[in-house]
Design a protein around this ligand. Structure first.
Ligand code: HEC
Ligand code: HEC
Ligand code: HEC
Ligand code: HEC
Ligand code: HEC
Ligand code: HEC
Ligand code: HEC
Ligand code: HEC
Ligand code: HEC
Ligand code: HEC
Length: 321
């Protein structure tokens, strides 16, 4: 049985119990709870959120008497407005009955980050967010698979400092701030954007999210659109249609020749020497009637000296102009 299956099974159990007049208090007062895996609690929270059960009688004002800071931070977030109602805390922390009865203790309450697996914690968020489009593929995203969860990037309890930063940058308080949030893990990509020829990301011309959906996509590398379509969203002049296309781009997309982030070659070409790039595919001896051999002296310098319509031409099959 996979963890998911276990959760589902236990979850169904919890759903069954839920209809009972007194809600089950998973592990209430059970001193061994902190030492056992928190799966039953996971199911408890997930099942509740999934059913969109009416929230507990307990409102956030009750919580505030002991958790002033967390209520204040929650109130700074967009969830405060989006969820509304007063008893929102339970959407992520589950039923608080046992917690209140016990006068508050770590054992009687679920902290998604500490007590749940990344997948189970994400599931809590996805009960509301899965259908909104952007997060549609989140369960299969590279991030999810690698154990990077929603709350690794989003602060659902934003600090006062985060709120100030958010206001300055003009994004929501729960949002990661700029590309620093990405390159702290993807430092190699930051290096690519520092190459001599590169997209102007650091100048703010675009962000990682211009091309990637970090919540996962149907395309490789979590790129938003398939193949060259991603590039054509901005480089519309390269779309054509051309009478004579360069097949290279049709087969492998723009990244057959270009590095998407930056490179040491001119024009973000994958190889520093453009000629070598051409020859990497055009390795066969050229056909009859062609005025140059593969490595003849005629072709010294960049091939696009003559083949200047390298992306496609409407007049010349040999992409000469
Ligand atoms: C959208 C989901 C969500 C909502 C709604 C939410 N929380 Fe949390 N809460 C979390 C997550 C995730 C963590 C752990 C990570 C963190 O602190 O950001 C957490 C952590 C906590 C902690 C533990 C903090 C610590 O440092 O040990 C408390 C206490 C808490 N929340 C109380 C509340 C209260 C009270 C409310 C309602 C006003 C609330 N939460 C609403 C998701 C949520
Ligand atoms: C009577 C005081 C009191 C009230 C009321 C109270 N709590 Fe707590 N809560 C505590 C104490 C004490 C802890 C344990 C803190 C610790 O161990 O650091 C705790 C811990 C937590 C944790 C962290 C659990 C963990 O595993 O780290 C969360 C989340 C939490 N409470 C949420 C809530 C929510 C939501 C409410 C309102 C529905 C609430 N609490 C109401 C006293 C209270
Ligand atoms: C690797 C970091 C990262 C992870 C993991 C992540 N997000 Fe995001 N999220 C972002 C960034 C960056 C944006 C802003 C994207 C943009 O500007 O288009 C965003 C935007 C959002 C938005 C608002 C935009 C919209 O229209 O949907 C929501 C809601 C959201 N994320 C929820 C989630 C949920 C739920 C999860 C977990 C399943 C999650 N995120 C996981 C980085 C992350
Ligand atoms: C009970 C439903 C519910 C749950 C559970 C929930 N959210 Fe949300 N969230 C909303 C709603 C409603 C909005 C506002 C509309 C929207 O942007 O989709 C929102 C908005 C957001 C935003 C965008 C804020 C902005 O600046 O526009 C982020 C990011 C986000 N949620 C992250 C999370 C994360 C992370 C979790 C899990 C820890 C989570 N949410 C759990 C309902 C929920
Ligand atoms: C907590 C660390 C962490 C953060 C923060 C993070 N990532 Fe990732 N990311 C990973 C891991 C781990 C993988 C799994 C594959 C890998 O190792 O590259 C991954 C995978 C990816 C992939 C797919 C790579 C592939 O080979 O398929 C892309 C694209 C990506 N991240 C972009 C982003 C962007 C954009 C951000 C900022 C919004 C971001 N990441 C934030 C850790 C992180
Ligand atoms: C102009 C579009 C674009 C932007 C902006 C962009 N990427 Fe990419 N990224 C791509 C494409 C396309 C690929 C796939 C390349 C391939 O398959 O050869 C990719 C691949 C990746 C990979 C997979 C590993 C690799 O090197 O191939 C990671 C990780 C990644 N990007 C992270 C990021 C991060 C982090 C940012 C922001 C700092 C970012 N990307 C900005 C288009 C972009
Ligand atoms: C969000 C819009 C956007 C997307 C998406 C985008 N680009 Fe660009 N690209 C630009 C802008 C703007 C420039 C001009 C940058 C400058 O002047 O420094 C540029 C410049 C370039 C250059 C010329 C660099 C030079 O030094 O001459 C190449 C090559 C390029 N992009 C390839 C790509 C490829 C390949 C993709 C898809 C992986 C892509 N672009 C996706 C906006 C975009
Ligand atoms: C067969 C290899 C190849 C493919 C495929 C390719 N390019 Fe290029 N690209 C080049 C070469 C070579 C140059 C440099 C041209 C020069 O020296 O004048 C270039 C230059 C560029 C430039 C900068 C100069 C200009 O013409 O604007 C942009 C932008 C660009 N390419 C975008 C794209 C996009 C977008 C795609 C996919 C639709 C793509 N390229 C596919 C080889 C290619
Ligand atoms: C990723 C592989 C690849 C790369 C790199 C590449 N090409 Fe091509 N090119 C092709 C394919 C495939 C065709 C279609 C005809 C064929 O099979 O030879 C083609 C066709 C051509 C043609 C038209 C000839 C005809 O018979 O249709 C010219 C001219 C050409 N390429 C020049 C270049 C130049 C110059 C470069 C370097 C800037 C280059 N190519 C880079 C794959 C590539
Ligand atoms: C001095 C100008 C010039 C240079 C430099 C040049 N070519 Fe050509 N190329 C041509 C001409 C002219 C043709 C054929 C036109 C005709 O037959 O009418 C041609 C034809 C081709 C063809 C079609 C061959 C076939 O078998 O169908 C390919 C592929 C090609 N060149 C690739 C390259 C590559 C790769 C380079 C760089 C190593 C290069 N060319 C450099 C002028 C040039």
């Amino acid at each position: 049985m996979s963890i998911i299956q276990i959760i589902t099974v236990v979850g169904n159990l919890a759903i069954g119990l839920w209809s009972a007049p007194a809600p089950p208090t998973a592990g209430a007062g059970n001193p061994s709870l902190s030492t056992v895996p928190s799966k039953p609690i996971a199911a408890h929270v997930v099942a509740k959120a999934a059913l969109a059960m009416p929230a507990d009688e307990v409102t956030k004002e009750t919580c505030a008497s002991c958790h002033e800071d967390q209520v204040a931070s929650f109130d700074r977030s967009e969830h405060n407005v989006a969820m509304g109602g007063g008893s929102e805390c339970s959407s992520c922390h589950g039923d608080a009955t046992a917690h209140i009865e016990a006068g508050g203790s770590a054992e009687t309450m679920v902290n998604p980050k500490k007590d749940l697996t990344v997948k189970a914690a994400d599931k809590v968020c996805l009960t509301c967010h899965e259908k909104t489009g952007e997060q549609m593929h989140a369960k299969l995203s590279e991030h999810s698979r690698a154990g990077v969860g929603c709350v690794d990037c989003h602060s659902v309890h934003p600090s006062a400092k985060e709120a100030v930063t958010a206001q300055k940058s003009g994004h929501g308080t729960m949002m990661p701030d700029g590309t620093d949030a990405c390159v702290k893990c993807h430092s190699n990509i930051a290096a690519e954007f520092a190459m001599p020829s590169r997209h102007r990301l650091s100048e703010g011309a675009m962000s990682c999210s211009s091309c990637h959906n970090v919540h996962g996509s149907e395309n490789a590398r979590q790129v938003r659109n398939e193949g060259k379509e991603q590039c054509l969203t901005c480089h519309t002049d390269k779309r054509g249609p051309f009478m004579f296309e360069h097949e290279a781009g049709n087969l492998d997309g723009c990244t057959a020749c270009h590095a998407p982030h930056g490179s040491a070659g001119n024009h973000m070409l994958k190889m520093r020497d453009a000629r070598s790039l051409c020859i990497s595919c055009h390795s066969k001896e050229m056909g009859k009637g062609v005025p140059h051999g593969r490595a003849s002296s005629t072709t010294m310098g960049d091939c696009q000296r003559c083949h200047s319509a390298i992306h496609g031409s409407n007049v010349d099959p040999f992409l000469l102009h």
